[in-house]
Design a protein around this ligand. Sequence first.
Ligand code: SF4
Length: 174
Amino acid sequence: MERGGSQVALDKLTGEHSMLFIRSEQLFDLARTNSLWYISFGIACCAIEGLMSASGPRFDFDRSGVFFRNSPRQADVMIVAGTVNMKMADTVRRLYEQMPEPKWVVAMGACACTGGPFREYPNVVMGVDKIIPVDVYIPGCPPRPESVQYAFMELRKKIKAKTEERLAARRSRV
Ligand code: SF4
């Protein structure tokens, strides 16, 4: 069925490729980039060494909009802090799947990146990227909380770049 003139005009004003839609998407992306909530979830020593101190008064991640949430359904970021073994792999994957889109993953420490000092053990996963996609890797054993701060700065850059890419593709279709 052919669409009427008023419907086409409304589409141009509020449709998927309209300036209003693009601007509101930009606004949501800006809000999202500056309020990255991570799931409160740690597997081994990295969680204590880096992650817990990151939320403490000295490093105070809250001031940059980075908070932890206790439910994966309210989290944007998963920081995999610790050794992932075969027994934990399903839990890590399930938590990741419970997070809403868009979502990002940070592999924190040598263990989460590559298996670290435990890689010779047969029950250790050789990096969490074998089970879920990873956006930023933090090397070290254990990494300092500053490294986690830096990882969030890199993650923001990555999200902004993706946003620009998506908006440019939309603009070219207008
Ligand atoms: S990288 Fe080091 S500090 Fe982190 S979980 Fe592995 S052994 Fe522990």
